[in-house]
Design a protein around this ligand. Structure first.
Ligand SMILES: *[C@@H]1O[C@H](CO)[C@@H](O)[C@H](O)[C@H]1NC(C)=O
Ligand SMILES: *[C@@H]1O[C@H](CO)[C@@H](O)[C@H](O)[C@H]1NC(C)=O
Length: 432
């Protein structure tokens, strides 16, 4: 073997034994970028990427920093965790894959190069969990007497800790009245309405019928999806009847509408009777009995008496009954004289709060689209509103005056108006 051949052999041997000292020596392996931290929802896949340059003959390994468990060396998976795998391309991009991450997979992961001393960098795997309610500690629908109190609870789990808030499904404000019974006594009570309430417990005190309805508790922690739960609060109270007109006068031969407004929860059974017999009035040729539901606890009772006759005159009573009580209110229907044939149309007008539909006699239909010839001086004498309630609480209705079609004067709602040119004079004379 000649010298040059010996030299070449030595060179090849040296290359095999100390490859990096000869060629890579000037280019020690190094990381070409940091490891990106990962935030992964429970059950999803995670991939860490370690960027390396000048790896030469060195190897890349993955270690879970907290347990020191070796995950993989080069392209061999070491851990027994079946969900872990590795991949690489060009000896410069080294990936650690974790399928379907579990809570225990969370933590610091280290990418190492087996230089001396060892080089490493770390990346954090954070496992997040979307919110969920703890069914054991979350309220279901509630029933409470008016004036009572309820405590609604929604406990949510998740990572990070979910934020729980409350809203009413109908968008009405939540009214927090302090104090809740059992908390600091003698504290001055004051109500705070708010569209959203924060916290796992919602305490409602001195609850009123207007607070009846669906309450939503919503849990969110930034990890979709947020969850919500509907809780229905049913507020119970005995029936209350409100009568817009206790005195109604009409000429014979006309159609007359009597009405009562009932609030009750649970919903009451509602009916009309006429004194003195007290028989329940049902729909017939002469009578039309209607009930219009305004809300889960409000109904309008409408009795139409067609073609008023002498024996129709008298006292009518509307009655409402539920499991908590029973109440009735009366309306006196009297005859007013008047040349029924020749007079300008006698109107029995009712304005519906929601749809402005007009209920009334046949004569009404012809005037539907015209401005109404309403003499506002009349209705003040027509009767007076009344409230019938089994308790001593008097609740004034929240009905507000509205403008009549194209009319310019404010006009009381839910009022029967009977108009005839002679009427106001007549009534004033009678001293109503
Ligand atoms: C990763 O998270 C750790 C702490 O959890 C932080 O110190 C480090 O700077 C983060 N790295 C990057 C690249 O954001
Ligand atoms: C009645 O009409 C006037 C003028 O058109 C208006 O300013 C007012 O808001 C109306 N009121 C109601 C209760 O609709």
């Amino acid at each position: 073997m000649v010298d040059w051949q010996k030299a070449l052999l030595m060179m090849l041997l040296a290359l095999l034994i100390y490859p990096n000292d000869i060629f890579g020596g000037a280019f020690q392996p190094e990381f070409s970028g940091p490891i990106t931290n990962l935030t992964v929802p429970l059950g999803r896949d995670a991939t860490f990427t370690c960027l390396v340059k000048h790896l030469g003959g060195y190897r890349v390994g993955w270690v879970k920093a907290d347990t020191k468990a070796i995950q993989a060396i080069h392209d061999h998976v070491i851990t027994h965790n079946q969900r872990v795998s590795v991949s690489h391309s060009d000896h410069s991009i080294w990936n650690l894959h974790i399928k379907g991450v579990q809570k225990e997979d969370g933590g610091l992961y280290m990418c190492q190069i087996n230089t001396d001393p060892m080089k490493s960098q770390t990346g954090m795997l954070s496992i997040v969990v979307p919110p969920d309610f703890d069914p054991e500690a979350t309220s279901s629908d509630m029933m409470v007497g008016e004036g009572g109190q309820v405590k609604l609870t929604c406990r949510a789990r998740g990572v990070p800790e979910p934020r729980v808030s409350w809203r009413r499904e109908d968008g009405k404000p939540i009214i927090i009245r302090e104090p809740f019974a059992g908390s600091v006594p003698n504290q001055k009570s004051h109500a705070v309405p708010q569209s959203e309430f924060l916290g796992e417990e919602l305490k409602l005190t001195k609850i009123s019928r207007n607070e009846m309805g669906v309450y939503l508790c919503i849990a969110s922690n930034g990890v979709p999806p947020a969850v919500s739960k509907r809780i229905y609060i049913n507020v119970h109270f005995p029936p209350v009847i409100q009568v817009p007109n206790q005195l109604v006068g009409a000429p014979l031969g006309t159609d007359v509408v009597l009405e009562c407004f009932v609030e009750a929860s649970p919903m009451s059974i509602n009916y009309w009777v006429k004194d003195p017999k007290g028989a329940m009035i049902i729909s017939s040729m002469r009578h039309d009995v209607q009930t219009v539901t305004k809300s889960p606890f409000e109904v309008r009772m409408i009795l139409t008496i067609r073609n008023l006759q002498k024996n129709d005159v008298g006292t009518y009573r509307c009655a409402a009954k539920n499991s908590l009580g029973e109440v009735e209110s009366s309306i006196r229907l009297y005859e007013i004289s008047g040349p029924a044939k020749t007079q300008t149309p006698v109107l029995t007008v009712f304005y519906d709060e929601e749809d402005e539909a007009v209920f009334g006699s046949a004569e009404m239909d012809k005037t539907e689209n015209k401005p109404l010839a309403v003499d506002n001086t009349v209705h003040g004498h027509m009767g007076y509103p009344s409230l019938a309630t089994p308790s001593s609480t008097i609740r004034i209705g929240k009905k507000r005056p509205i403008n009549v079609s194209s009319g310019t004067d404010p006009y009381p709602r839910r009022l029967f108006v009977l108009v005839s040119p002679l009427l106001s004079l007549l009534i004033v004379r009678r001293g109503w």
